[in-house]
Design a protein around this ligand. Sequence first.
Ligand code: 0A1
Ligand code: ZN
Length: 867
Amino acid sequence: MTAKAKLLSDYQAPDFTIDQIELTIELDAENTKVTSTLRVQRQGKHDRPLILDGEQLQLQSLHIDGQAVPQQQYHQTDSTLTISDIGDELTVDIVVTINPAANTSLEGLYLSDGAFCTQCEAEGFRKITYYLDRPDVLARFTTKIIGDVEQFPFMLSNGNQIAKQQLADGRTAVTWQDPFPKPCYLFALVAGDFDLLEDSFTTMSGRDVCLQLFVDKGNLDRADYAMESLKNSMAWDEKVYGLEYDLDIYMVVAVDFFNMGAMENKGLNVFNSKYVLANPSSATDQDFNGIESVIGHEYFHNWTGNRVTCRDWFQLSLKEGLTVFRDQCFSEDMTGSAVNRIDDVAIIRSHQFAEDAGPMAHPIRPQSVIEMNNFYTVTVYNKGAEVIRMMHTLLGADGFRRGMDLYFERHDGQAVTCDDFVAAMEDANSFDLSHFKTWYQQAGTPEVTVTDHYDADSQTYTLEFSQQTPATADQADKKATHVPLRLGLYDSDGAALPLNTDSPLTDGNVYSLITDTDTLVFNGVASHPTPALLKGFSAPIKLSYDYSDEQLLTLSQHCDDGFTRWDAMQTLLARYIWGIADGVINEVPTQVIAGLVAISQNQHIDDALKARLLQLPTVNGLLNQREQIDIHALLDALETIRQQVAPALHQTCTSLYSELQQSQYSLDAASIAKRSLSASCLSWIAEANGQQADQLCQSLYDSSDNMTEQLNALTIANRFDLPCRSSLMDQFEQRWQDDGLVMDKWLNLQGCWNSEQCFDNLKTVEAKPFFKLTNPNRARSLIAGFAAMNYRYFHAEDGSGYQWLSQKIQNLNSINPQIAARLINPLTQWRKFTAPQSIQMKACLEQIYQLKDLSKDLHEIVGKSLE
Ligand code: 0A1
Ligand code: ZN
């Protein structure tokens, strides 16, 4: 299949707009009838025809202003309906039929375990009816849903329910009206039988909003946390941004079949049940965090996304980068912990840096797109959030808020661009961000190198900066960008020194590197300090400075910034992992091991941070530090370093582990931190003494009443292939086999089982009744567990790991192209690896590329990775 790329530079305002749509949807699994009445207006003076988008629709009838449109006046292709010779204002009536039961792509109207639901972002509405399916066409929606009320007691759509009628034929019609004009990607419909959790929220102006959470029957005991998170989000947006919810009802529906995390449809969010359903016995601390952040994310979209939306899909980061930034701040405020930032940075370093250096590299505002679904990326979302965060850093919290206020004042109710957002920030603060905007135009991770010089006579300390962004697949030449560096200087005991410089530093000691090279001089510095150059990860860059081991140890022990402490330890460990992998050294120096031991014994470090400080760099993070990697040498080096460090940590970890055991489960931050540190300790114990770990895992699994600890036990048993592994996995399966969401954890562990039997095991697991390739959560758990986490066997010498993945991708290509395009990612990184891996990976991609009926999604990604 060949599809043409769309270019940002080709954007044109729509020829027509639709300001009102009335939809009637008559539900039927295989033959749903969709009747729409569109009020259409020509925009400007031209005589071009009306071209509506539509895919997989059976056109039944077409009328303009009540008259049937003759055949010669319209033309259909497999993606459009063109109507010519029309006036400037017209009413178009369209009837189509669609087949939701056959829709396994989960885009448009589909069935999730018998319930009807929709997913329209980015371009799914065109699978429901013919329409101008683009975000800059904003219409008021009235939606009538007709169905059997016994089968579908709840028939929901956006806005307020305005009517409910019993029809003569026994069916029921429920009508909804959304007072806010919106693009069709925010349309939603859900019909099914659910359990309902209701609550309410009183807004700051005193309006009562009804909150409704719909979950599958029998799941009410897992809905409370999502509801609490929703109320917290509503209060947070009022407090931090003065933003109030605008409808009288807010509905959230949890469904089992969903491609992504959730969707912010106006007044009717549809959620992957993974981000709603949780109680302590079925969900981990991480799951609870995920729920808080996704509930927050979708709620925050009501202003950043829905009230002000995107002009075109190239601007996706306008709503996504900003909303991720907002949900990150919300989670930070809720937990009040430094580790949120560390976890956010880990995502950037392990996934976003890889994307920036790989075949799909694109700026946060892409310039060219073949399949929009391929651009819901960690670049647009997470790097986009980092770009917003940098503006927040440069303008300060108050300045950023002024910019947000102006943005809403100017653009409420509009579809706008990233430039409009930046302009509001500039104008509200009289701050020039023109150079900063390179972040929107350039892909690639900027590399900043810093050297220093201390002059004892003049007591001056000089930092010399240079920056460079390597070429990316999409762009050869790069300009210097605007890099905010949050700085600190420390003495040899780790105490912070005052920063005296004539150069301008903004609030919080932020220095702006704008040119290719620059110099910064500090005065009155009594001795050679240790610099911290990227506190809080103030820019999404790679920073290099030639730290000594001692300096890194000092920073990791004492720095006043949690991120810097973690970063220092990671840098130190990575240094020796590479040293071993390259064969340059055989052993980790004793002072490094002693540093880790000191951290484990330091009673002033809070548990959550300590857990992170005791973790080795991840394979993914390491892969992004080098160009070409011998994966097995790297894995061997990681194993060596673990074996060398573990005996030293064994004793402290054993006593810490027993001190950390809690008699009562609680979900407060301190208890979560204890569980997290206890898992880090258990993993070091397992490295040092398998027998001891076997007993601990077994007894933790047996005695614990919560999923976090049970899964910690299981994860460690699985990772170290402890004797208890198989019986624990069986017990887990027995207990949870009817609960797909919980079994995802088990599937994931099976995927990443580091064992010679792993391929035979995968076959057994795939045959389990709860594993369905058609369910994205199931598919992702097992397939990504293997291809993105089981490095040894995914990269098996004979290429069998690549072939296994390639087979799954071929199956998914026809079932769910979006999921196939996501899961193929590990293969597309083939250039990272030395031969024979690179050759075998490439061969699999070539084979997939030859598939007939290859989806547009895979075509774009595989094509680019072979270029
Ligand atoms: N806008 C949603 C994410 C989303 C995007 C695409 C989807 O289907 C193709 C589904 C959801 C969010 O940011 O939460
Ligand atoms: Zn979003």
